[in-house]
Structure formats: structure tokens, C-alpha cells
Design a protein around this ligand. Structure first.
Ligand code: FA5
Length: 341
């Protein structure tokens, strides 16, 4: 009698596999390079032609039968494992808990509060502006004339109101700078938190709806040194001493010179990973000296006053501070994640 494993043996082994992982191993054993089927296929060439065809067909039929049995068992096991996971994760939303646990503020709200507190402690006031903005405030007054190529830096969502592309969901909090300067004469020391929207594709460091906190200082004799010193003091106050920051030359139409504010990626410690797009740094915000055209647009004399501005991403700040490696966690609303903060 043939010493090959019989069809019944194979069928029994497949049905008695008790996990998807065990079945994956069995699949390799039965169909992989070292399998009995593979060895017989390799030996086909050595058979006399009249036997080769019959053996070839047999091999094919066996393979098809094994694949079908494996697929059926895989579906059974996967369904069982899924049901067990759902059962383990089940939350009874109608359950009456004797001592009701109280909810707490979402991590992003806590982060915004903390950022505001730090800047208020440094002498800034807090201002707000609308989320639905006009083209003037979001772009034009910020020195992006119509057709300016830098408008493409922002994938803008437009609101169907008025002239085409005249009303939009603000792409950044910088329009609030204009609103503050229109209302208040310098000296100005303000931060402006709020929600912003872009047609950005969601990934580990991007959301289409996210917050920013803008900072604006306008006073006599303000220099880039004041900006760098303010950001350094802020970095220590928010992150403590462990995190390094850097300013990297950049471009924004409303600041000159401009820079990106980056901190060392806490996950790879600078080596490069998925969260920091392999750069070792995570960009938290942009900044620079307020462009004289912006001051002129709101009637502030650029010969007398100068200033700096910055715009940070609070979600990314929360990631770096708390060691969260995917920004999507902040909006998935998984209670097990939210409870940790
Ligand atoms: C701006 O939006 C400028 N308005 C910042 C600025 C203000 C520059 C004042 C100069 C003076 P930027 O597009 O780089 O710049 O965005 C600033 C920060 O917002 C980013 O560094 C990041 O932290 C956050 N951010 C931007 N896009 C996203 C997104 N899709 N998801 C989460 N955070 C984002």
C-alpha cells in the first residue's frame, strides 16, 4: 500500500485544526514548496508520457480538493474567532453600574486647555474667530492674492454660498490674526485656538478636521529672536526637558522669514518611522515674522510695528506628549483609549 498520507488523513487534519494560525501552518505543509504534492509535481517529468497525464490530473484534483477544504475550515475558524472577539469586547450599554463613572474631557480638549493655560501664563490673551470664512480672511488679507500658487498648499473645502469659491471652511487659524488686528490696536499678544478643515487624506499624522492654535505678537521692536525665545520657552513648558525642537526654514506668504517648528519624534527618537514619515522629526507648526503686507492690509504701520506669528497643531502635540503613534486614535472614540487620559 502507498505510504502517502491518505485523503481521509488530510481531511481529518484540516477539520481538527483549531485556529486560523494553525491552519496557515497546515496550508504550507500541504501545499507549500516542501509538500508531498509539490514533490510529486516535480517528479512528473520523469514519468512515462502515458502515466504523466493521469498523474497530472490527479495532482490537480487533489490540490483543488485540499484548497476547498482549507478555505471552508478557514471561514469557520475566522467566524468563530471573530465571534469570540466580539463577545470579549462586548459593552452592555444598558447596564446600570452602581457607582457611575463620570466622563472627562477629551484629550484634544484637554490639550487645547493646557496650551491656552501656558500662553496665558506667558501674558497672551485668547481670541476666537469663525470656522466658515471668506476668501479675504483665509487667503487674500494674508498676502495670498487670487491665483497665488501657495493657495495650493491648502486643499480647501468651499461652501456653496455667494460667488463661487468666495466662502470656505477655514484651512488654518491664521484668518483670526486678521480679525484680531482689525479689532485691536497694537501691542497685541494673542493666541487663537479653533477647528480647521482641509481635503487632506487621513493617515497616521493627518486628519481632514483638526485643530490649530494660532499665536500673534505685534509690538515695537519685535525680532525673530523673540519668536525663537517664545517657542523655546513654550517647548519646555509643554513637553518638559526631554523633547528637542528645531526651526527649519520654510515659506508662508504671510510671514517673512518663515520657519517650520518640529520636535524629535518620540517613537523612533529621531531614527525615522511611520508616524514621522521617516524623517525623525514631527512637524508641529509653522511660524515667522508677520509680513509687512499683512500689517498694511489691516492698517497697521509696518514702519512702527513688527511682529511674529505661529500656528501649531494641537492633535500632533498630544501625540508627541503622550506617545500615541496614530492621530486617528483621537477620533475613533474607543473608550479603552479615551479612558487612559
Ligand atoms: C499653517 O496652517 C500656517 N497657517 C501656520 C502658520 C501660522 C505659519 C502663523 C506662520 C505663521 P501648516 O499647513 O504647516 O501651516 O499647518 C500647521 C500645523 O497644523 C502643522 O504643522 C500640523 O501640526 C497641523 N496640521 C496641518 N495639517 C494637518 C492635518 N491634516 N491633520 C492634523 N494636523 C495638521
Amino acid at each position: 500500500m502507498d505510504d502517502r498520507i491518505t485523503d481521509q488523513d488530510i481531511a481529518a487534519r484540516i477539520t481538527s485544526s483549531d485556529s486560523v494560525a494553525a491552519l496557515a501552518e497546515l496550508t504550507t505543509e500541504l501545499l507549500g514548496k516542501g509538500s508531498d504534492l509539490a514533490a510529486r509535481k516535480a517528479a512528473l517529468g520523469a514519468l512515462p508520457p502515458e502515466e504523466r497525464r493521469g498523474e497530472g490530473r490527479r495532482l490537480n484534483d487533489e490540490r483543488v480538493a485540499i484548497e476547498a477544504a482549507l478555505a471552508a475550515r478557514r471561514a469557520e475558524l475566522a467566524a468563530g474567532e471573530r465571534a469570540a472577539r466580539y463577545e470579549a469586547e462586548r459593552l452592555d450599554l444598558t447596564e446600570v453600574v452602581p457607582h457611575l463613572r463620570r466622563g472627562h474631557l477629551h484629550l484634544v480638549t484637554q490639550t487645547l486647555d493646557e496650551l491656552e493655560d501656558i500662553f496665558v501664563g506667558m501674558g497672551f490673551t485668547v481670541a476666537e474667530g469663525p470656522v466658515v470664512e471668506t476668501d479675504w480672511y483665509n487667503f487674500e488679507a494674508l498676502n495670498f492674492p487670487a491665483g497665488h500658487p501657495a493657495r495650493n498648499m491648502y486643499d480647501t473645502l468651499y461652501v456653496d454660498l455667494g460667488e463661487p469659491e468666495s466662502t470656505l471652511l477655514r484651512t488654518h487659524t491664521s484668518p483670526v490674526q486678521i480679525r484680531v488686528m482689525e479689532k485691536q490696536a497694537p501691542p497685541i499678544y494673542s493666541v487663537m485656538p479653533g477647528l480647521t478643515h482641509r481635503r487632506d487624506t487621513t493617515d497616521a499624522s493627518h486628519l481632514p478636521n483638526f485643530h490649530q492654535i494660532e499665536g500673534l505678537v505685534v509690538d515695537e521692536g519685535i525680532t525673530f529672536g523673540d519668536l525663537a525665545g517664545t517657542l523655546e520657552a513654550f517647548t519646555h513648558a509643554y513637553f518638559g526637558g526631554d523633547i528637542q525642537s528645531r526651526l527649519r526654514p520654510s515659506y508662508f506668504p504671510f510671514t517673512e522669514p518663515s520657519a517650520e517648528y518640529d520636535v524629535t519624534c518620540v517613537f523612533c527618537k529621531g531614527a525615522g518611522c511611520r508616524t514621522c514619515s521617516k524623517t525623525g522629526w514631527l512637524e508641529l507648526g509653522g511660524c515667522g515674522m508677520v509680513h509687512p503686507n499683512v500689517l498694511r492690509n489691516v492698517g497697521i504701520d509696518a514702519e512702527v510695528w513688527s511682529g511674529f506669528a505661529f500656528g501649531f497643531g494641537p492633535e500632533r502635540m498630544a501625540l508627541m506628549k503622550h506617545g500615541i503613534n496614530d492621530i486617528r486614535e483621537l477620533v475613533t472614540n474607543d473608550i479603552r483609549f479615551l479612558e487612559q487620559f
